[in-house]
Design a protein around this ligand. Structure first.
Ligand SMILES: Cc1cc2nc3c(=O)[nH]c(=O)nc-3n(C[C@H](O)[C@H](O)[C@H](O)COP(=O)(O)O)c2cc1C
Length: 277
């Protein structure tokens, strides 16, 4: 099920350009006299009318505090002050107004959330995260992340992969040191997770492992958690450290935690580039 909130506006053109150009919403559906905008899973419709609806608070939320700070830089002129922690709701937020006087709130939650993203936001928004907040990941959230991983495809439905969760600080530090700056993000995260495959269960351990690992990164992101694929580690020493059988395949070890900052998307080539005629 999905939904849209519609609001009346006296100046459709001005309000659409504000929400697109300043807030960064995207056009979803354009109808005669009404335009529906999208911000993640939020659908907001504006319709031309003699009197504007302004008695609302529109809250935009982000996955990290840095994104709230960026919005504050853009909206400083109408903001009620710099972003701050609201202890009551355990959020980091500030308020501003739109050109017709509607209250806008920009925030990030400082606590765990159930999954909320739509597919497009999940696939486009996932980033490799290298800096993490010092927030414990609850067992409930971890269980939910791993539950979705069960839907990863595997060769002949072998379900040959498994996860090892690493929470010992010294083991994480050892893993982080394995490949210098490339593996360093593991040290700053509350957990690391190794995605492994038992080759006795499958003829395709590499494929099963990589797909399960990517499935894990998407499931984690859906729960607001960042990951970062760490490659080219000396797998034998990683197996030694983690007590993994010598003949098992380690697809990757990734840090896992709530992002302290989500990097800008690195440049992506246009879709045509990837389709060979
Ligand atoms: C096979 C593979 C190996 C990677 N190895 C590392 C790594 O060792 N360290 C690291 O910080 N990031 C690593 N990354 C993350 C990439 O740098 C990242 O995916 C790429 O820059 C695109 O950014 P995005 O994931 O935010 O879209 C790796 C990614 C893949 C798929």
């Amino acid at each position: 099920m999905s939904g849209i909130t519609f609001l009346k506006t006296e100046d459709l053109e001005q309000i659409i350009s504000f929400y697109k150009e300043i807030i960064g919403m995207e056009e979803w559906v354009v109808q005669s006299g009404c335009t529906i905008l999208k911000h993640g899973n939020m659908l907001l419709g504006f319709c031309q009318a003699p009197v504007s609806d302004i008695e609302v608070t529109l809250t935009f939320f982000y996955s990290d505090p840095k994104s709230v700070d960026s919005m504050h830089e853009i909206l400083e002129d109408t903001a009620d002050g710099p972003p701050s922690v609201n202890e009551r709701y355990n959020i980091y937020n500030f308020f501003a107004v739109d050109p017709e006087g509607r209250t806008l709130e920009f925030q990030t939650f400082r606590h765990e959330l159930p999954p909320y993203m739509d597919g497009e936001e999940l696939l486009k928004g996932r980033r490799s995260v290298r800096h993490y907040l010092d927030i414990t990941i609850s067992q409930e959230v971890l269980d939910s992340v791993f539950d979705l991983c069960r839907y990863s495809p595997t060769s002949m439905n072998s379900q040959s992969y498994y996860f090892k969760v690493i929470n010992h600080a010294s083991t994480k530090s050892d893993l982080a040191a394995v490949r210098g700056t490339s593996s360093a993000p593991i040290d700053g995260a509350p957990l690391a997770v190794s995605i492994c495959v038992d080759p006795k269960l499958t003829k395709r351990p590499m494929q099963d492992g990589c797909i399960a690992a990517y499935h894990f990164t998407l499931s984690a992101w859906l729960h607001g958690l960042g990951t970062c694929w760490i490659a080219d580690m000396d797998r034998d020493s990683v197996k030694d450290m983690l007590g993994i059988d010598k003949d098992h395949h380690v697809a990757t070890v990734t840090p896992l935690g709530y992002p302290a900052d989500v990097p800008e998307i690195p440049e992506r080539k246009p879709a045509e580039y990837f389709i060979k005629k």
